[in-house]
Design a protein. Structure first.
Length: 727
C-alpha cells in the first residue's frame, strides 16, 4: 500500500461489516484497533475483506452529525488475522465451509496463533481436535484453499472495481486459475464472463503492461465494438464503418485494425459477407449462423409438401364463423385461408384488428382436423395470453425447445425436431435472430409455421429484425390487418394506439391533480412539471387511484413503463420510489444500490438456463436469508433461490423499461413521459407502451413530450443480413 499524502494511519481487526454495496464496494464497518482502544467506525471502498482480518488503513477522521467520529478510508491493505482473537473471529464467521463457531473455538484453542498455518500446511493435524475426523479435516482444507484463492481474487478484483459477486462469477468460470486469467488474459475474462466487459479488461491490461497495440487488445476491441453494435440491435455492420469505429474506440491506427480484422477472419472469430450492393459486412459468428439458419429453414419448409390433411378453406371459414357467432371481415377471411394454405405465413396488425379472432378460428379448424398444434410466444406472459385467447396450451419458446444446461443448447433442434403439424408463434416482433434460428431449425419439414405479431411495435431486445426482414424479403406470404373491429369495446386505448401509429397528436384533457382521475375512463393524462414531480405523481397514482379508487392490487395488476433507466423519472429511481410507497416490509437484504424485501416485484435481466428463468421474467420475492446471502423468488409458481453471484441478474420491477414490457399486457399501465426523455421519444416506443394496457392507460408528464414521441417516426434502423440470406 503506497503512502497517501496528508493522511493518518489506523490498523486493527475488522470486527463487523454494517453495510456493503456490491456494486462499488462501499463499506461501513467496525474496526477494533490494535492498541486495544474502543471500536471505531470506518467507511470507504473496502472490497474482498472478511471479519477477523487485520486491516492497515490510511485516511482521515471525520465527524458524522448523527453517528459521530468515523475514519474515512483512502487506501488499505488486508492481511490474514495474526491474533488469536482475529483468527477465532475469521474462522467462526461462516466463511470456511464446515467450520462453525464451536469448531472454530476448538481449533483455535488447540493450535493458537499457529492455526491458519496448520490448516494450510498440516491439515491432517486437525484430527487432533475433538469432533474432526479424517473426512471433515479434508473438507476444511478444501474449503480453506478455495477461500484463499477467492480472497486473492477479491483483493485483485476490487482494485479494478469488480464486485465480490462478479469475482464469484469469475471463480465459477475459471476456478483456482481465476486471478491468473484476470491478470494475464484480461480480454479472455471479458469474453467468457458476463459483466466483466472490455473496458474493465482494458484497465487491467494497461496496469499489467499489455501494450495498446497488442494483437490480443486489438482483436478483443474489434469484437467489443461489434458486441456494442449488437446491443443496439445490429447483427452485421459494414466493414469500412466498423474499421473506422474500432480505430476511434481503441485509439489505434487503421493499419492495426485492418490486421486485427484479417486475424479474426482467418480464425473464424468474424464472418464476412459481400451483399448485393457490393459492400462487405462483418458479423460475429453466432449472428452469421443464426441468420443463415433462418433462411435455410424457411427454404426447407417452403419446399417440403404439407403434412396437413386436405382442408376445404371456404367451408372451414364458414364453419369457424358459425362457431364464433359473428361474421369475419374480408381481410380476416384471407388471413385464415392463408394460414392454412401456406407452409410459412405471417399475420400482422395493430390492436383491435382481429388477430386473436383469427388465431382462435385457425386453432379451432386445425383441432377439428386432428392436427397436432404447438403454440408458443417469446415470454411467459405472452404465452399465457395466447393460451387464454385460443383455449389451447401455449408455452414459451425456451420451454418448447427445452434447454439442456449440460449440453449448452436446446434439446429440440434439426436432429431432434418438434412433433407438430403446425407451429404458431405469437408476439413474433420480439423474436431476435438467435432465438428465431433455434426455433425454425426445430420445426419439422412437413409442418406449417404461422408467425403473428405487430411490426409497428419495438423490435426485439436481442439483435436482429426478424419479423420485418421476413416481410420485407417478399419471400413469405403475409396479411396485414388494418380494419379496427375492437373500436367500441375498448374505444380509447385502441383509438389512441392507432392515432399514434398514424402520427396524429391527440390527447385527452391534461389533469393537474391525480385526484381528478376518473375510474370510468380508460385513457388519461396527468400533467407533471418535471421529472421529480412526475415520480411523485406516479407513486400517488398507485397509492390513491389504483389501490384506492380502483381497488386493484398495485403490484400484481399495474405496471409502470418508463422510456429510460436514468433520471428521477427513469426506471431506477421510480423503482425505489414505488418500493418505498408500496412495500412496507422493514427487513431488507442490501445488494449494491438495491434493497430486496419480501413482496418486492423483481425482473430477471439475463437468461439463466440452469434455473429455467429467462430475460424479462417477472417474479415476487418470497423469502430472504441475510446470513447466507440467499433470496427466494416465485416466478408464476416456479420457486427458485438466488445466491449473491446470481443476484446481479435481478432488478426491482415496480417500473420496467418499455423494451422489457414487450409481449406482456397489464390491466393498468402507468407511463411517465417527459421532454427529458427526448433521446428515447419515438413513435414505436410510445405505441408499444400504450398497447401493453388492457383496461387503463395513465400517462404522467408533459403533453409536449407525447407530441415529440408521436411525431418522431425515425426509429433507428438495424443493420441485418437476413434479407440477403433469404435472397
Amino acid at each position: 500500500m503506497p503512502p497517501v499524502p496528508n493522511s493518518e494511519s489506523l490498523s486493527g481487526v475488522l470486527e463487523r461489516i454494517i453495510f456493503f454495496n456490491e456494486e462499488n464496494n462501499y463499506t461501513i464497518a467496525e474496526l477494533r484497533p490494535g492498541d486495544g482502544s474502543e471500536k471505531v467506525t470506518i467507511t470507504g471502498q473496502l472490497g474482498g475483506v472478511q471479519c477477523g482480518e487485520t486491516l492497515r488503513l490510511q485516511g482521515s477522521w471525520t465527524k458524522h452529525p448523527t453517528h459521530g467520529p468515523q475514519f474515512k478510508i483512502a487506501a488499505f491493505k488486508s492481511e490474514l488475522p495474526a491474533s488469536i482473537y482475529g483468527i477465532r473471529k475469521y474462522l467462526g464467521s461462516g466463511l470456511v465451509k464446515g467450520v462453525s463457531k464451536g469448531i472454530a473455538e476448538r481449533i483455535v484453542k488447540r493450535f493458537g496463533d499457529d492455526t491458519l498455518r496448520i490448516i494450510s500446511e498440516e491439515s491432517a493435524r486437525l484430527q487432533e481436535v475433538s469432533g474432526i475426523g479424517k473426512q471433515r479435516a479434508h473438507s476444511i482444507k478444501e474449503a480453506w484453499d478455495e477461500q484463499v484463492v477467492q480472497r486473492e481474487l477479491f483483493i485483485f478484483g476490487q482494485t479494478y472495481g469488480l464486485s465480490p459477486a462478479l469475482c464469484l462469477r469469475m471463480y465459477k468460470q475459471f476456478g483456482p486459475e481465476a486471478t491468473a486469467v484476470l491478470r494475464n488474459e484480461p480480454y479472455r475474462a471479458a469474453r467468457e464472463v458476463q459483466g466483466i466487459g472490455f473496458k474493465t479488461a482494458d484497465k487491467i491490461a494497461i496496469n499489467t503492461g499489455i501494450p495498446n497495440d497488442s494483437p490480443q487488445r486489438i482483436d478483443a476491441g474489434i469484437e467489443f465494438v461489434l458486441q456494442e453494435l449488437q446491443d443496439d440491435g445490429h447483427t452485421a455492420y459494414p466493414s469500412e464503418d466498423l474499421s473506422a469505429l474500432a480505430a476511434e474506440t481503441l485509439q489505434s491506427d487503421s493499419e492495426h485494425i485492418r490486421h486485427g480484422i484479417e486475424r479474426l477472419l482467418e480464425s473464424k472469430a468474424l464472418r464476412s459477407t459481400v451483399a448485393q450492393n457490393g459492400h462487405a459486412y462483418l458479423q460475429l459468428p453466432y449472428n452469421f449462423f443464426a441468420e443463415e439458419k433462418i433462411a435455410l429453414a424457411i427454404k426447407r419448409l417452403k419446399e417440403t409438401p404439407s403434412g396437413l390433411p386436405d382442408i376445404k378453406r371456404d367451408i372451414a371459414v364458414n364453419w369457424a364463423e358459425e362457431k364464433a357467432g359473428f361474421a369475419f371481415g374480408d381481410s380476416q377471411k384471407d388471413a385464415i385461408k392463408g394460414s392454412i394454405a401456406n407452409k410459412v405465413f405471417i399475420l400482422t396488425g395493430g390492436p383491435g384488428t382481429g388477430k386473436t379472432t383469427i388465431l382462435r378460428a385457425v386453432v379451432a379448424i386445425l383441432k377439428a382436423k386432428k392436427a397436432k398444434i404447438l403454440l408458443a410466444a417469446p415470454t411467459g406472459r405472452a404465452a399465457q395470453r395466447l393460451s387464454e385467447s385460443t383455449h389451447a396450451y401455449a408455452q414459451t419458446i425456451h420451454r418448447l425447445l427445452k434447454f439442456d444446461p449440460s449440453e449448452g443448447g436446446f434439446v429440440m433442434n434439426e436432429n431432434k425436431p418438434l412433433s407438430a403439424d403446425v407451429v404458431i408463434v405469437d408476439e413474433a416482433s420480439m423474436l431476435d435472430a438467435r432465438l428465431a434460428a433455434a426455433l425454425l431449425q426445430a420445426i419439422p419439414s412437413k409442418a406449417h409455421l404461422i408467425l403473428v405479431g405487430d411490426v409497428d411495435q419495438l423490435p426485439s431486445v436481442g439483435a436482429g429484425n426478424v419479423l420485418k426482414d421476413l416481410i420485407a424479403s417478399r419471400k413469405i406470404r403475409y396479411v396485414t390487418l388494418d380494419v379496427v373491429f375492437r373500436q367500441q369495446k375498448f374505444s380509447s386505448i385502441v383509438h389512441y394506439a392507432h392515432a399514434i401509429n398514424k402520427g396524429e397528436v391527440s390527447l385527452p384533457t391534461a389533469l393537474e391533480d391525480v385526484r381528478q382521475l376518473d375510474p370510468k375512463k380508460d385513457f388519461q393524462f396527468v400533467s407533471a412539471t418535471d421529472q421529480n414531480d412526475a415520480a411523485q405523481k406516479v407513486a400517488e397514482v398507485f397509492k390513491s387511484f389504483i389501490a384506492g379508487e380502483l381497488h386493484l392490487d398495485p403490484i400484481a395488476d399495474a405496471q409502470t413503463l418508463a422510456p429510460m433507466h436514468k433520471g428521477m423519472a427513469g426506471v431506477g429511481n421510480l423503482n425505489q420510489t414505488l418500493q418505498l410507497a408500496l412495500n412496507k416490509n422493514t427487513e431488507a437484504m442490501p445488494f449494491g444500490t438495491l434493497k430486496f424485501k419480501v413482496g418486492d416485484k423483481v425482473i430477471q435481466t439475463r437468461n439463466n438456463y440452469d434455473k429455467n428463468i429467462f430475460n424479462g421474467d417477472i417474479g415476487i420475492v418470497t423469502g430472504l436469508d441475510g446470513v447466507n446471502g440467499l433470496l427466494d423468488v416465485d416466478f408464476d409458481g416456479l420457486e427458485t433461490t438466488y445466491d449473491k453471484s446470481e443476484m446481479i441478474d435481478l432488478q426491482l420491477a415496480y417500473a420496467v423499461s418499455i423494451h422489457k414490457s414487450q409481449g406482456s399486457e397489464y390491466p393498468v399501465v402507468v407511463i411517465p413521459l417527459l421532454k427529458a426523455h427526448f433521446m428515447m421519444l419515438q413513435r414505436n416506443l410510445i405505441y408499444t407502451a400504450v398497447t401493453r394496457g388492457k383496461k387503463k392507460i395513465i400517462i404522467v408528464g408533459e403533453p409536449a413530450a407525447y407530441a415529440m414521441a408521436v411525431r418522431n417516426s425515425d426509429a433507428k434502423s438495424r443493420c441485418t443480413l437476413l434479407q440477403e440470406f433469404l435472397r
